[in-house]
Ligand binder design. Structure first.
Ligand SMILES: C[S@@+](CC[C@H](N)C(=O)[O-])C[C@H]1O[C@@H](n2cnc3c(N)ncnc32)[C@H](O)[C@@H]1O
Length: 142
């Protein structure tokens, strides 16, 4: 099995007033023109699940289902997974130097950020074309 190297480029910050991403030197030059995009995809490290047990998780039971269903980790958004990579699409509110203010993110304060990518029209799938298992149907309203 091959291992790959990943470098932290920044950190999620959440306080009472705002939710933002701070990008570290030497990556700030890479932010040029990012403010021209309305949404970005944030890839982050699910740092508190980076341990052998969570990385060995293959079956999970997604929370908040009316009927519990055990499903494969790759059919879920579980934070316990072999490579603890989180992915969140966020609305970019404003950019101030190396700080990106976003509407929300489901990463905890202090979470390492791995990469940012602009959200492009080709990334979206028309709602009617999205196929979901029955237990996720309630997510259509969210
Ligand atoms: C269900 S995961 C989904 C993450 C991402 N939206 C995805 O699809 O990859 C989101 C949950 O991970 C947990 N979480 C967020 N940041 C974390 C961190 N740094 N370490 C461990 N768990 C974290 C929080 O409980 C959060 O509600």
């Amino acid at each position: 099995m091959i291992s790959f190297g990943i470098h932290q480029i920044g950190e999620v910050k959440i306080d009472e007033d705002a939710c933002y991403i701070e990008i570290h030197e030497p990556y700030t030059l890479g932010l040029r023109h990012i403010e021209k995009f309305g949404h970005i995809i944030v890839l982050w490290w699910i740092s508190k699940r980076d341990n052998p047990k969570d990385r060995a998780t293959m079956l999970v039971t997604p929370p908040r289902l009316s009927e519990p269903v055990e499903t494969g980790v790759f059919s879920s958004r579980s934070p316990s997974r072999p490579n603890p990579i989180g992915l969140t699409k966020v609305k970019l509110l404003k950019v101030e130097k190396n700080t990106l203010f976003v509407d929300r993110i489901d990463a905890l304060d202090g979470t390492p950020v791995l990469d940012l990518k602009p959200y492009l029209p080709g990334d979206s799938v028309p709602l009617n074309d999205i196929k979901l298992p029955g237990w996720f149907e309630s997510l259509r309203d969210k």
